[in-house]
Design a protein around this ligand. Sequence first.
Ligand SMILES: *Cc1c(COP(=O)(O)O)cnc(C)c1O
Length: 217
Amino acid sequence: MGLSDTQDRIASACAAAGREASEVKLIAVSKVQPLERVEAVLGEGHRLFGENRVQEAAKKWPGLRDRFEGVTVHLIGPLQTNKARQAMALFDAIHSVDRPKLARTLARLAQEMGHCPDLFIQVNTGEEEQKAGVLPEDTDAFVENCRALDLPVKGLMCIPPVDETPSLHFALLAKMARRNGLAGLSMGMSSDFEEAIALGATHVRVGSAVFGARDYG
Ligand SMILES: *Cc1c(COP(=O)(O)O)cnc(C)c1O
């Protein structure tokens, strides 16, 4: 566990897959973690972080950005349209674009604000009722729709069902990204980032393996 151990594991997984380590970005998922742990990882030189809630990130990151140079923060959790403006100001990338209404809101705000974070489209590869994301069958049309709105779509993102082999979902996501000409693949968490790297992940979202278990107490 820890940052350097996770970096070593990423490097080994890249080597095993015949990929350059620089092809895979480690998003250290800092949600719910005590500030000391986040500061420690910043102190070790890491600069790319992930948060799943706009409110929590808004409390945490402006202060940390003042103290540490070159910080990048990605939103990896669901985004309500009424928080889109705040999210666009706070985050360098949004991994959870998952419906036409949100895409239209982001496009309107991008026009108005003159900039837009990098966007990933979340795909509900397991077609789970309770999970966010566009269905696999709707993904190509949604990518098209986002491109027509001039949104900077960089890739696809998925969170596989907990009780299924993640590799099947990673392979499906990779196939969908390829056929849509998208280079980015946001997939892989603490329990499966090595498999995700083997299947082409460009962004792994790793929380507990970097920081330790989250205490929701
Ligand atoms: C919390 C979270 C992660 C990180 O989970 P770990 O199992 O702690 O690595 C990755 N992706 C998303 C979308 C998350 O919400």
